[in-house]
Write a protein that binds this ligand. Sequence first.
Ligand SMILES: [Zn+2]
Length: 310
Amino acid sequence: MTSMTRVTDSNLDKASSAGAKPVDLVPSRYALQVGDIEVIVISDGALPFSPATLGTNATPADLQAWLDDMRQSADKFKWPLNVIVVRSGDRTVLVDSGVGAEFKDKPGTGRLALRLGAAGIDPASVTDVVISHLHVDHVGGLLADELRDGLRPDVPIHLAAAEAKFWMSPSFPPFMPTGIPDVLRSAASRFLDKYRNQLRQFEEQHEVAPGVIVRRTGGHTPGHSVVRMASGGEQMTFLGDAVFHNHFDRPNWYNAFDHDPEEAVRVRVRLLREMAATRELLVAAHVSFPFGQVAVAGDVFRFIPAYWDY
Ligand SMILES: [Zn+2]
């Protein structure tokens, strides 16, 4: 990290309790239009992890080189936590839910409920929830009262059948950080217990709202899914955890949370090649800046952040 002073929510809270008017210098959201579909990305915060989780098969020197190229610390890498809200026709779709209160020791995470409010989105207006996969950083928000209490008690939750099945009896790759399998198993099983009756399971794909299609890719987890939005000749894909920030430069790196890392690489490269060809927009759970496009030269991809036009 550089020595730049960052404006954080806690700075703002302090300003507010000191009687100063809170200034929302960083609104933590961005919106784009895909034809008639409105897509809003909302940050749930950023989750610090050891950078080694970015590439369990990376050599230490290559990992160091990538972090240095990105001007990132060698000690901690902050995973952005992006959630999207999609409005199409009369539907309002929440895609993923952040970490909720699952990482109480990591301040600056679990901000979704607060930030939905700041974006003027009433959780009760959500007609559908899509969960890309059952990892804690995607279902944690639905386990916290703050968001759960605001949602309609019968809101349908769309999930690949393969994902629900996998988490009944999950297996874990050997390179996951110590303790993480227990954290993941606990969150997924609490989610399945609480929401079993609201699940709308699909096999391969399902149209959630006009032009909004959730499609199973597998790889990261067996039922991992992406969401494609298409309207008026425009297209955008929410990639979930198929692509992390390092995967444009290093698509072959195994993420520590990939349950089938070899399949995850195949899925990732296929998606990135497709998206480079269509030039469509992408948004992903752990890519910062969240909206952009991808270009390809040989086997290396390049992320092109969306042009700031607000
Ligand atoms: Zn994730």
